[in-house]
Design a protein around this ligand. Structure first.
Ligand code: NAD
Length: 485
């Protein structure tokens, strides 16, 4: 059986303590994961600190950029291995992994390798009240050693979204991927090794959140923590970093709404919302979980979405036309099923789905679940307030614009929303009033890596993307030079 190991100071290392890596398609153990112990974490931190002052610290921006392009080149050469590894860990469909997860992983390196070359600074000619003159300018320095903690839902894509800009800005990185999905992170470590990223610059720590994550975030040798994951974990990390006052960047959970106005193109809205609800089995932080439909379109919308859900092909990731594989794990399947039950207990009508598909083969040991549509619940119910993170949405009726804006904003989360309308002025007016980090109009998941990305309220702290990432992963330092007449 394969054993996945941490990568520290340019070497793959093993603690001798293992846990299982499970294939969610059939519940079989596919590899053992060696969980890093405290000594390994400390070694990763000291190696990274050492590397900051070594050859890495002396590379120019252009040299770092060229090295990151080499990382992307090698990832592209090994693309099939990344695809296979991501599918084995997550059970995602081949289509999703091939068109989104892996190409975006590579694109993250290319994008930030280019972007960092254009990172600017500030400069001012200063003249004081008593006539002294000076030139003030800023230079960008790395933060130091950055801990990157990433989730299981888009494993390579979300890890590289942080690793790439952190390295581009000259930091050293310690990546801790989710214990559910370590495989592509191990491949990434191999790639770093192959292209000659200096020892200690990129380190990989494998292990479970509580066991490994906590030790990493509280360590004084870590200069900043960048985290994508659940809001509850974000709260714990915030406490853990408090004693050492580290900068943090948090991309957390969501409870995202879609609004279908009377002025919407109905077909476009049904297709778009089916995609935003069921993509990756609903396991994208940006997925829709609440849909508000204008009374005039409610019945045909609900019927259309039901048809779309029932037409989804669920099955093996490599099977032709499969749109939904399993959820990531048994634990997560049980969590989502508990919400399906809670919806019934809270009085929901289950329009379609609500259970587990039966295959009568090995997949019945896996983590599959039916795409589900609910209706009939009040906004204040737990099902309409808590993030479920499965292929499910609740559909309700609204009558006017002001009402729906208030109802959409009535949540502790603030990540994303989508608006479906052909009325341009309405789209502008409403988009600006939704309390989220990102609003899509007549589309979903269309991303520009230059755009600011990140939620408000319980959905996160700070923005990443383009210059926002560079601003987080570097520290401007002010230099003031006296100008003598
Ligand atoms: P999670 O919070 O359970 O785990 C995320 C990572 O944190 C994992 O690597 C885990 O091992 C680690 N971790 C757990 N406890 C820790 C601790 N005490 N200290 C340090 N690290 C710890 O999240 P998940 O279940 O892997 O991912 C799903 C969640 O992520 C959802 O809530 C989803 O909305 C959110 N998410 C947000 C975004 C975004 O961009 N806003 C993107 C993807 C996922």
């Amino acid at each position: 059986m394969d054993i996945l190991q941490s990568y520290i100071n340019g070497e793959f290392v093993d603690s001798g303590e293992y846990f299982d890596n499970i294939n969610p398609v059939n519940g079989e153990v596919i590899a053992g994961i060696s969980e890093a112990d405290e000594a390994m974490i400390n070694h990763a931190i000291s190696s990274a600190r050492m590397a900051l002052t070594g050859p890495w610290g002396r590379l120019s921006v252009n040299q770092r950029s060229a090295l990151l392009h080499k990382v992307a080149d090698r990832m592209a050469e090994r693309e099939q291995e990344f695809i296979d590894a991501e599918i084995a860990d997550t059970g995602k469909s081949l289509f999703q992994v091939k068109t989104i997860d892996i190409p975006r992983g590579t694109a993250n390196f290319r994008f930030f390798a280019d972007q960092v070359k254009y990172q600017g600074g500030e400069s001012f000619i200063t003249e004081t009240a008593n006539g002294e003159k000076a030139l003030n300018y800023s230079v960008n320095k790395p933060l130091g050693v950055v801990a990157v903690i990433s989730p299981w839902n888009l494993p390579l894509l979300l890890a590289t979204w942080k690793v790439a800009p952190a390295l581009a800005c000259g930091n050293c990185v310690i990546l801790k991927p989710s214990e559910e999905t370590s495989s592509t992170a191990v491949l990434l470590a191999q790639v770093m090794d192959e292209v000659g990223v200096p020892k200690g610059v990129f380190n990989l720590i494998l292990g479970r959140g509580k066991a490994v994550g906590d030790k990493l975030t509280s360590a004084p040798g870590i200069d900043a923590v960048t985290f994508t994951g659940a809001s509850a974990t974000g709260k714990q990390i915030m406490k853990s970093v408090a004693d050492t006052v580290k900068p943090i960047s948090f991309e957390l959970g969501g409870k995202n709404a879609a609004i279908v106005f009377a002025e919407a193109d109905l077909e476009k809205a049904i297709t778009g919302i089916a995609r935003s609800t069921f993509t990756n089995c609903g396991q994208v932080c940006l997925c829709t979980e609440k849909v508000y439909v204008h009374r005039s379109l409610f019945a045909p919308f609900l019927e259309g979405l039901k048809q779309a859900a029932e037409n989804i092909k669920i099955g093996y990731p490599l099977e032709q036309d499969v749109f939904m594989g399993p959820l990531v794990s048994k634990v997560h399947q049980q969590k989502v099923l508990a919400y399906y039950q809670l919806a019934r207990d809270e009085g929901a009508e289950v329009v379609t789905g609500g259970g587990v598909p039966v295959f009568n083969d090995e997949r019945d040991n896996g983590c599959f679940i039916q795409p589900t549509i609910l209706t009939g619940l009040e906004d204040e119910t737990r099902v309409n307030q808590e993030e479920i993170f499965g292929p499910v949405c609740h559909v309700s009726v609204f009558d006017d614009e002001g009402e729906v804006i208030n109802r959409v904003n009535n949540t502790a989360y603030g990540l994303a929303a989508s608006i479906w309308t052909e009325h341009l002025a309405q789209a502008h007016r409403v988009a600006a009033q939704i309390d989220v980090g990102l609003v899509w109009v007549n589309t979903w998941f269309l991303r520009d890596l230059r755009a600011p990305f990140g939620g408000v309220k319980l959905s996160g702290i700070g923005k990443e993307g383009g210059e926002h990432s560079l601003a987080f992963y570097s520290e401007p330092s002010n230099i003031c030079i006296k100008i003598d007449d």
